[in-house]
Each structure stands twice: as structure tokens, then as C-alpha cells.
Design a protein around this ligand. Structure first.
Ligand SMILES: NC(=O)c1ccc[n+]([C@@H]2O[C@H](COP(=O)([O-])OP(=O)(O)OC[C@H]3O[C@@H](n4cnc5c(N)ncnc54)[C@H](OP(=O)(O)O)[C@@H]3O)[C@@H](O)[C@H]2O)c1
Length: 335
């Protein structure tokens, strides 16, 4: 089927609101980037579904409080939800957030939804901002919350969920060549101003997320951790994701969205699906509220793709180590 036909068909797929787990009334979920777009709608669904604790992880407390007020009045739950600060441009902020997570009595799911798309080159902590926010800090957060998710899986006698919100833009065929052409360390190569191409950078970071999750899943089986790790594509949705893009790009997005986009609420259903999914979604790519490994292009699962996946993984762990936020994967796997 031609790519565009498939995209249109996917966008027009009717998405169900997923059924929450039976123990929802005692469950705790964290949603990052919960003050706007998909994250806000996902947090709202979780509150409406009766989750005991919904932690909205946001970089601006005031924006978070405004979103929480909106959720409380929309759901009629005046005491539900809480706002915790988290700035993914700062690994130190991730560590501080993770220490709070560690003190939770239980954690049923982390929905790592926050992300950016940039049209200008900006460095943060020595890395291009999209790379830092979407990949380095998002994966650091995943590594740091895994022990709590795993602990509750064991104590609660259930599977818990770790969802990384990716994108179908990661699966564009051109990315195969582009990722293969990165010389040296992947994160250094993507943090050079001269080579910065806004339309490649965002999908590239979403591809790196997919590689990282697939490698993590291959190292720490769900049978050991009790944590279902997956990636999800929400599809093209109305949101503020294009806020940092140039005028022409925003105009193009506005036209495309008018014809094809889902609302953020509809898109958020895909996040809920991934957050409630079972072991069949382990390490997998979800889209349209289904496990859709068939969408993953053959090159990603080929020997070339697997070797790229390992390279991304090695560079990710090396980078976290070099910036003082190392991760002991063997210790994580043993937990
Ligand atoms: N919308 C789509 O069509 C689409 C398609 C595929 C995938 N996605 C993915 O869906 C996720 C949600 O995006 P969205 O469409 O809902 O866009 P959005 O409305 O722009 O939401 C992005 C969220 O990420 C937060 N964020 C950005 N930088 C951050 C940082 N440094 N630290 C902490 N939080 C930060 C934003 O906070 P502020 O408000 O403070 O900036 C905002 O809450 C992203 O991962 C995106 O890549 C979206």
C-alpha cells in the first residue's frame, strides 16, 4: 500500500478509549509534559478513570497548575492530580525528580510524553536541545524510574508500564541513510550547528528513542523486571508541538492538520493504550491503539539496523556516564 494511503487510513482510524486496569482506584501514574497537548489529555483521562494519584511532570509549575485546574473542573475531581517539576533540558532536574519518584509507595506507569521540535540550533549542556530533551533526559528518566516500576510490579503482583512517546516520523525511509551517515559519536554528530537540519533532527531523535527502547527490552526481559517497556506513535495531532518552528513550517503544519489531524484527546488514547498494554507490547512500537510492529521498516530489524541500535545504546550510556549521570545496566537488569 502506498505510504500516503496508509498514513491517511491510519489517521482516520477510530480509536477506542482504552479500558483502565481493574486496580485503577489505587494506581499511580506519571505523565511528563502534562501541561499541554497529548500529555494534558492523557492526564485528564487518567483522572477521569479514577487513578488514585496522577503526577503531572512539567517544567513550569504555573502552567502545570493551570492545566491541573482545568482537569479538576473537567472531571469533577477537585482534589485529584498533582504537579511536580521536571525540566528535561537538565539531567540534574531529572535526578531530583527521580529521587521523589523513589519515595512513592507505588508506581504503575510512567508515560514519558514530553518532547520538543526545534527549528533553530540551540545547545543545552553541550547537546542540541532536541537531542537532550527527547533522548538523553527522557532515557535517563526511564532508567531512573525503572527500579520503582519494577519494585511495584514485584510487590503488587502485576505488570507495570514504561511508555516512551515516539512518532511515526521516525520510520521515514530517508532516515536509514541519514542515521548511517552520522560519523563518530551519534550525540556529538547531532549536536553540530553546521549539520543541523530541523526537519531531520526531530524524527532522528524519535528514531533514537525507538532504538534505545528496543535495546533496553532486549537486555532486561519483562519476565525479570515486570515492567512492560514500549514506544507509541500518537499520530498527527493538534497540539503546540510546532511552537518552535518557523512561520512557513507552521503554515504547512496548519494545512496538513486541517485535513488529517486528530485532536490531542484522540491522540492521547494511544498513550493510554500503551500505558495499559500487556507483555505483547514489550519492546514494541504501538500506534492506533494497537501493537504495530508491522510498521517498523525492515532495515531497523535487519543486521544493519541492529548494529545501529547497539551503537546508539553504547553512545547513550557513554554520554550519560560522561555528563555525570551514569547508569548501571547490569544492576538494573538484576533488580
Ligand atoms: N502532536 C503530534 O502530531 C505528535 C505526533 C507524533 C508524536 N508526538 C509526540 O507527542 C509528545 C507530546 O507532544 P504534543 O504534540 O502534545 O506537544 P506539546 O503540546 O508541545 O507538548 C509537549 C510537552 O513537552 C513539554 N516539554 C518540552 N520541553 C520540555 C522540557 N525541557 N522539560 C520538560 N517538559 C518539556 C512541554 O512543556 P512546555 O509547555 O513547558 O513547553 C509540553 O508540556 C511529544 O513527545 C511529541 O514528540 C506528537
Amino acid at each position: 500500500m502506498p505510504k500516503i494511503t496508509k498514513f491517511v487510513r491510519d489517521q482516520y482510524t477510530t480509536l477506542p478509549v482504552p479500558q483502565p486496569p481493574a486496580d485503577m482506584a489505587s494506581a499511580t501514574y506519571i505523565v511528563t509534559g502534562a501541561n499541554s497537548g497529548l500529555g494534558l489529555e492523557c492526564a485528564k483521562h487518567l483522572v477521569r478513570m479514577g487513578a488514585r494519584r496522577v503526577i503531572m511532570a512539567v517544567r513550569s509549575r504555573s502552567k502545570g497548575e493551570t492545566a491541573l485546574s482545568a482537569i479538576r473542573s473537567a472531571t469533577g475531581r477537585p482534589h485529584a492530580g498533582e504537579v511536580w517539576e521536571l525540566d528535561l533540558a537538565s539531567p540534574d532536574s531529572v535526578e531530583a525528580f527521580a529521587r521523589r519518584v523513589d519515595a512513592l509507595d507505588r508506581l504503575d506507569g510512567l508515560i514519558a510524553n514530553a518532547g520538543v521540535a526545534m527549528s533553530t540550533f540551540e545547545l543545552v549542556g553541550g547537546m542540541e536541545t532536541t537531542v537532550m530533551v527527547n533522548v538523553i533526559s527522557t532515557m535517563l528518566l526511564a532508567f531512573r524510574t525503572l527500579p520503582k516500576l519494577s519494585e511495584w510490579a514485584r510487590r503488587g503482583g502485576k505488570l507495570t508500564n514504561l511508555v516512551i512517546v515516539s512518532s511515526n516520523t521516525a520510520l521515514e525511509p530517508e532516515l536509514e541513510q541519514k542515521v548511517a551517515s552520522l560519523r563518530g559519536d551519534v550525540f556529538d554528530a547531532l549536536s553540530v550547528k553546521e549539520g543541523f537540519a530541523p526537519f531531520d533532527q526531530y524524527p532522528m531523535t524519535k528514531l533514537l528513542e525507538i532504538f534505545a527502547v528496543r535495546q533496553l527490552a532486549s537486555i532486561i526481559p519483562v519476565s525479570t523486571s515486570g515492567v512492560v517497556v514500549n514506544t507509541v506513535n500518537p499520530g498527527l495531532c493538534y497540539s503546540d508541538l510546532d511552537r518552535n518552528l518557523g512561520t512557513m513550517a507552521r503554515l504547512g503544519m496548519a494545512v496538513t492538520r486541517r485535513v488529517l489531524a486528530r485532536t490531542s484527546e484522540q491522540g492521547s488514547r494511544t498513550l493510554l493504550h500503551a500505558a495499559f498494554a500487556g507483555p505483547e507490547s514489550y519492546g514494541a512500537y504501538c500506534s492506533e491503539c494497537q501493537v504495530k510492529e508491522s510498521d517498523i521498516p525492515a532495515w531497523i530489524t535487519s543486521a544493519v539496523g541492529k548494529s545501529m541500535q547497539k551503537r546508539v545504546w553504547t553512545d547513550l550510556l557513554k554520554r550519560l556516564e560522561s555528563i555525570g549521570h551514569g547508569v548501571d545496566i547490569e544492576a538494573l537488569a538484576a533488580k
